[in-house]
Design a protein around this ligand. Structure first.
Ligand code: FAD
Length: 219
């Protein structure tokens, strides 16, 4: 299968980076084709606006979705955006590695979403959810938290699935991806070395069977 792996973490020795490297190594070892985007290493510029485009249809009043439609027709997205769009179009599965920041993704990953998933290419009028451009693909979040698992309950921080709902329903499913069960690592800094090694091993084991998981999520 063709798998795109994204990392949104600034430290190359972080646990997220270890998960990202484990993902790439495991998937390649079992014969999948892998492309990746290490967003901080790429110095990906996350602020979305006029600079997304080499030429504007209306320089007097900027409206991003209008310019996106113009850019799809006239090839006026900047190259860094086009490269990322091509990776998403290429893949069968997209995996995101990120630390939970303020109950959400880090800004660099949010900016990647804002710039890459453009109207006219990834969604449009009537081209969302089951009619989205990415129908048939899967998306999977692997995230770490600082907070412990038992704080992620309805009476404390909130259930993790409700925290991740905007990503699941508002990004993945909106675009047509089916969302696989998120991999959540809690209390990341408080784990022992042994526990972290086990997590990497279990994650790698899950990935070796990703094709089965892909097929099982076909409803
Ligand atoms: P790291 O600190 O990089 O890693 C933990 C340990 O693992 C380190 O000691 C590292 O050396 C070690 N390690 C790395 N690789 C390996 C390996 N191969 N084997 C064994 N050990 C290894 N938390 C929440 O719960 N909710 C929030 O809303 C939230 N918001 C935040 C907002 C901001 C702006 C910030 C900065 C943090 C926030 N946090 C929040 C905390 C954050 O989610 C955690 O700090 C983060 O998820 C920890 O993951 P990490 O990869 O950075 O861990």
């Amino acid at each position: 299968m063709k798998i795109l792996v994204i990392l949104a973490h600034p430290e190359e020795k972080s646990f997220n980076a270890s998960l990202f490297n484990t993902t790439i190594n495991t998937l390649e070892n079992v014969g999948h084709e892998v492309k990746s985007s290490d967003l901080y290493k790429m110095n990906f510029q996350p602020v979305s606006g006029k600079d997304n485009f080499s030429k504007l249809e209306n320089p007097n009043f900027f409206k991003q979705q209008t310019e996106e439609l113009f850019a799809v027709k006239n090839n006026t997205f900047l190259d860094d955006i086009v490269l990322e769009q091509e990776k998403v179009e290429w893949c069968d599965i997209m995996i995101w590695h990120f630390p939970l920041y303020w109950f959400s993704v880090p800004a660099i990953l949010k900016g990647w979403v804002d710039k890459v998933f453009t109207m006219g290419k990834f969604y449009d009028n009537g081209r969302i959810y089951e009619n989205g451009y990415s129908v048939g693909k899967r998306a999977l979040m692997s995230l770490t938290t600082g907070g412990p698992r038992n704080n992620y309950t309805a009476d404390k921080y909130g259930d993790i699935n409700s925290i991740l709902f905007p990503i699941h329903r508002g990004i993945f499913e909106f675009l047509g991806f089916k969302a696989l069960k998120p991999e959540v690592i809690y209390s990341t800094e408080r784990l022992t070395e042994e526990e972290r090694k086990n997590i990497l091993k279990n994650w790698s084991d899950r990935l070796t069977k990703i094709e089965i998981e892909f097929a099982a999520n076909n409803n």
